[in-house]
Write a protein that binds this ligand. Structure first.
Ligand code: SF4
Length: 264
């Protein structure tokens, strides 16, 4: 495994790793202290707003391949946190992801996860790990819309029930580290009714919300900044804690949904 190219914008630095079998995955250094790592070559979930899954799943990364993305860069960058948010669904490669998690912890790093929550049995286990943040992609509380946005990510009602069961016995401190993500897609899931349902779920579960901005990584129309902020203010009216996409996440280089396998 080796780094074969790097790309740099004003905000993010992206590294392309070539694996022993010739496949290529990516990691991004951002926010001055965080490395976003990949867990799979491709992704089977197939979200239409994400380039990482556009070619399906090729294979899982081993725990060494996940950890090495950090090891290659650790002496050149002040990495304090790992975001398991790159290419792949971490719960679909759970064993290797957990092994790498413990290696990161042993190296003194904070580790946060971003997941669709599928498969649910692994979500239950992930919630119990001593992570430093776990964001679960909801995107819609309605079955038909969620199926469009997260095609192979299971049934939304089953996900919500799993979260209800697991969070019921969780301490307030632990709940503070959990967030539900909602990627706003114009004309698909951005009506006030959609957002109201989402806000009610966030309130019921006692967690926070992450309102994500769509990066034009698919065929959907991009939302204006004003519209995005308007939806943010609407959610805030419910008294929930809502975080917006940072400029690092909106960057066309290394932002949400922009990582690809086998980049030329
Ligand atoms: S958003 Fe995550 S789960 Fe969906 S296709 Fe991209 S990498 Fe896979």
């Amino acid at each position: 495994m080796r780094i074969i190219s790097t790309f740099k914008s004003e905000l993010n630095q992206l590294f392309v790793f070539q694996l022993e079998d010739g496949n290529k995955v990516e990691a991004v250094f951002y926010r001055g202290d965080t490395l976003c790592v990949s867990t799979q070559v491709g992704c089977a979930i197939g979200c239409p707003f994400c380039l990482s899954g556009s070619k399906g799943l090729v294979r899982n990364l081993s725990s060494e391949e996940i950890y090495k993305q950090y090891e290659f860069l650790k002496d050149s960058f002040p990495i304090k946190r790992i975001a398991v948010a790159g290419i792949g669904e971490p719960l679909m490669n759970y064993q290797n992801v957990v092994e790498s998690f413990w290696k990161f912890k042993k190296a003194g790093l904070k580790v946060s996860f971003y997941t669709t929550g599928f498969p649910y049995r692994h979500l239950k286990e992930l919630l119990k790990l001593p992570h430093n943040g776990l964001t679960v992609s909801i995107h819609s509380t309605r079955s038909d819309k969620r199926k469009v946005l997260v095609p192979h990510g299971g049934d939304i009602d089953a996900l919500i029930n799993t979260l209800r069961e697991e969070l019921a016995s969780m301490s307030k401190t632990k709940k503070k580290k959990i967030s539900l993500a909602y990627l706003l897609i114009k004309g698909v899931n951005d009506s006030y009714e959609d957002l109201e349902d989402f806000a009610k779920l966030v309130l019921e579960l006692g967690v926070s919300a992450t309102l994500l901005y769509y990066n034009a990584t698919g065929s959907f129309e991009q939302m204006s900044q004003e519209e995005y902020e308007d939806k943010f203010l609407f959610l805030k009216k419910y008294g929930i804690k809502v975080t917006l996409s940072t400029r690092f996440r909106k960057d066309p280089l290394g932002g949400c949904g922009t990582l690809v396998i086998n980049r030329n």
